[in-house]
Design a protein around this ligand. Structure first.
Ligand SMILES: C[S@@+](CC[C@H](N)C(=O)[O-])C[C@H]1O[C@@H](n2cnc3c(N)ncnc32)[C@H](O)[C@@H]1O
Length: 419
């Protein structure tokens, strides 16, 4: 029992310096998650410590500013954020009453004593006693503080989706981001989901098994949403497929699983993103990785690399606002600005224009985003179709996470006419 407590203590303590850095640096959350160095069975605990804080950042700052007279030292501030973030998640998940809540607070007060001075521990005790009543009043806070989401983004989505759906969007974003594994085979430590080939882990001990399979390239960590663009394209054996904006390679792997060692897959991304794309596609024979900017890709460049200039199927999974995956990447809330909804559709339109140059007559083109924003989805597609009557829209699907219960995004299947 003592050993277990010591281990847990190490886990939360090891996250504090990371939280101090997150507060001051502008790195992506994914970079911090990749740096977590703990035994695999503890990974999801550490991940939830970080995600809870980043997801509720404004709400937690509000709590600290309201209850502490002086600005706490960075480590103490990080401690408050970690603890209140954890307690908030427990409160939301289990609707705890005072007698259920008190032992959790007592536990954190005791842990504080192992790390902070007497005066600081006293402050932790006094402040944490006020947490429950703060949570109980949270519904009265303005939405931007309650959901740590900029007012302009809330207003944007109220005008697009309406009040009720925007509230569901905000509530979805603060939920737990499940880790999904895509696998062709059902292993005993994996729990099937309603989506074929997608599993969750049966328990935290499954991580050690998964890691082995990940290294062998037999499974892949991927949300069920990511299956939609490739399912729309329906690549079949013997076909040539061009996968643009391909890194880290999730869609490339799905294409490989459908066309096997027949046909040809060409995956293109910027030179600086090659490492993970190469690692994730290691060992597959019919795949060609091309480090290149899609905006300057041409038939000549492809031919110079002994690759086809036109393809049966082209898929382009563009960089986007990530508004469909905020639950998984809550740092998006901090980075996104209103200007992104002008800059990104302009870039996405250029990328789609480029992608369309490589589609054979009668061939297919899939455009996909992990955004729920109409300007990055229907807006880009409608503009493209107006300009290119040689293409027609065959199918489209915009997944809203609070409805489909997985990550959100848009997928559009276009077909090039025969001439
Ligand atoms: C949404 S991610 C793609 C995810 C990938 N399709 C998958 O399934 O794993 C977008 C990708 O676009 C790439 N990208 C952005 N601008 C690009 C450009 N001009 N040329 C090539 N790739 C670009 C980024 O490097 C990033 O890897």
């Amino acid at each position: 029992m003592k050993k277990k407590t010591e281990k847990q203590q190490e886990l939360w303590q090891s996250m504090l310096p990371i939280l101090v850095e997150i507060e001051n640096a502008d790195k992506k959350l994914g970079d911090y998650l990749e740096c977590i160095k703990v035994p695999h069975k503890h990974y999801s605990t550490c991940r939830s410590y970080l995600l809870n804080v980043v997801r509720c950042n404004v709400f937690l700052d509000h709590f600290i500013d309201k209850h502490l007279k002086k600005t706490p030292k960075p480590l103490l501030r990080a401690f408050f954020k970690l603890v209140v973030g954890q307690l908030w998640q427990r409160y939301l998940d289990h609707n705890l009453n005072e007698s259920q809540f008190a032992p959790l607070v007592n536990g954190w007060v005791d842990r504080a004593k192992t790390l902070f001075s007497k005066a600081e521990s006293k402050c932790v005790n006094a402040v944490l006693r006020k947490v429950l009543s703060f949570f109980e009043q949270a519904a009265n806070l303005p939405l931007d503080i309650r959901y740590s989401t900029s007012r302009w983004l809330i207003e944007r989505y109220v005008s697009i989706f309406g009040q009720e759906e925007t509230l569901q969007f905000l509530q979805w974003n603060e939920g737990f981001a499940s880790i999904y594994i895509r696998s062709e085979k059902h292993y005993p430590f994996l729990e099937p989901t309603q989506w074929p080939h997608f599993y969750t882990l049966k328990d935290s001990t499954a991580w050690s098994n998964i890691l082995q399979l990940l290294n062998e390239g037999k499974v892949y960590v991927q949300d069920p949403m990511t299956r939609i663009p490739v399912d729309m394209l329906q690549p079949t054996s013997g076909q040539s497929i061009l996968d643009l904006c391909a890194a880290p390679g999730g869609k490339t792997r799905q294409i490989i699983s459908l066309i096997g060692n027949t046909g040809c897959i060409v995956s293109v991304d910027l030179p600086e993103h090659m490492k993970r794309l190469q690692a994730n596609t290691k060992g597959f024979k019919n795949i060609h990785i091309l480090p290149h900017d899609v905006l300057t890709l041409s038939a000549e460049v492809l031919q110079l690399n002994n690759l086809p200039a036109i393809y049966d199927g082209v898929i382009i999974d563009v960089p986007c606002s990530n508004t469909g995956v905020i639950r998984r990447k809550p740092d998006v809330l901090k980075r996104l600005t209103p200007a992104d909804f002008q800059k990104l559709p302009a870039l996405q339109s250029k990328l789609l224009e480029q992608a369309s140059c490589f589609v054979k007559p009668n061939g297919h083109l899939v455009y996909s985003t992990c955004s729920i924003d109409p300007d990055e989805n229907e807006g880009v597609i409608n503009r493209f179709l107006k300009k290119h009557p040689t293409f027609s829209l065959i199918a489209s699907q915009v997944s809203l996470p609070w409805i489909v219960q997985h990550d959100g995004g848009g997928s559009f299947l276009l077909k090039r006419k025969s001439v």
